[in-house]
Design a protein around this ligand. Structure first.
Ligand SMILES: NC(=O)C1=CN([C@@H]2O[C@H](COP(=O)(O)OP(=O)(O)OC[C@H]3O[C@@H](n4cnc5c(N)ncnc54)[C@H](O)[C@@H]3O)[C@@H](O)[C@H]2O)C=CC1
Ligand SMILES: O=C(O)[C@@H]1CCC=N1
Length: 277
């Protein structure tokens, strides 16, 4: 089987690197295309993947095709291609639904929301399939995705909230850590930002491993750390006052952004229907 990747930005490059790193597929079975060719050539030089001259060439050379452009470029790119019916198209875009994809390809389509952390072979790829995907096609896709992290199947109703937890979260967590480190340095300037970063990154890693390997609930870990009447308890009290409202606002705002994006994608679908008539 040959897989194709169209669009080599953050996500397209991550998929190439992660598939190669995990050795789930050999690089010569990966064919890539990007609007700016230099990105494709760089991946070829580093990993030995094949480079196609056009997105159309990808459709001819690969049976499973990841489309990794920005959400508003997904349908316009697919629409211009002649895609053989048997090809399995996988979109990684937020805001583009299974039915949107079905409007531009008559064959199997899937929606996957990957995550940057898969380049470390950890993290969660979210997956939603259309009824057109056979169990064999689904299993081929799962083999690839499970090699670069966990796969979580979710409904389209749940995918937006889950996206925040899986794919936005690495960026959001980095934002939280940055704020945490900066507050530490504001409080104690002698503790420089680089030292604060090192402490936090190692602590995050250890925390994730403890939660995962010992199957601890968040409350159980909190209990282990927060000595009764001790220091951590005070910190947790502050977080309980400030964080819930902040996270509620975060989900409300990201939901609005998803809604605005879906509206723009729907306009593209409508335009394409009008042009067909
Ligand atoms: N960045 C992330 O962590 C995540 C992104 N996504 C989704 O992945 C998609 C891509 O996001 P990023 O990689 O962050 O964006 P990006 O802007 O880094 O990459 C987009 C790439 O597509 C290429 N491109 C644009 N038009 C093209 C065309 N006609 N033919 C071939 N290549 C073309 C661009 O040259 C660029 O390399 C988005 O739809 C986003 O919703 C999903 C989960 C996580
Ligand atoms: O921020 C974004 O729009 C993309 C989708 C999820 C993570 N990154």
């Amino acid at each position: 089987m040959r897989i194709g990747i169209i669009g080599l930005g953050s996500m397209g490059q991550m998929l190439v690197k992660s598939f190669c790193k995990s050795a789930v597929i050999s690089p010569e079975h990966i064919v890539v295309f990007n609007r700016t060719r230099a990105k494709a050539d760089a991946l070829q030089a580093r990993f030995g993947v094949a480079v196609a001259d056009s997105a159309q060439a990808i459709c001819e050379q690969a049976s499973l095709i990841f489309i990794c452009t920005k959400p508003l470029d997904i349908l316009p790119v697919l629409e211009k291609l002649t895609i053989p019916r048997e090809k399995h198209i996988v979109s990684v875009a937020a805001g583009v639904s299974i039915s949107d994809l079905e409007s531009v390809h008559a064959g199997p389509v899937s929606k996957v929301i990957p995550t940057v952390t898969s380049s470390e072979l950890h993290g969660v790829s979210l997956y939603t399939a259309s009824d057109r995907v056979s169990s064999e096609e689904r299993s081929r896709l799962f083999t690839l995705l499970s090699a670069i992290g966990e796969v979580q199947e979710v409904t389209e109703t749940n995918i937006e909230t889950a996206t925040i937890l899986s794919s936005s979260a690495p960026g959001l967590i980095a934002g939280i850590l940055d704020s945490f480190a900066q507050a530490a340095v504001r409080k104690t300037p002698e503790l420089d930002i680089a030292t604060a970063r090192t402490i936090l990154v190692e602590t995050m890693l250890g925390t994730a491993l403890l939660l995962k390997n010992e199957q601890l609930g968040f409350d159980q870990l909190i209990e282990r750390v927060a000595t009764k009447g001790g220091i951590t308890e005070e910190g947790l009290r502050v977080l309980a006052k400030t964080l819930p409202g902040g996270f509620d606002e975060l989900f409300a705002m990201t939901e609005s952004k998803h809604a605005a994006l879906k509206e723009l994608v729907q306009k593209q679908v409508g335009k394409q229907m009008d042009e067909k008539e």
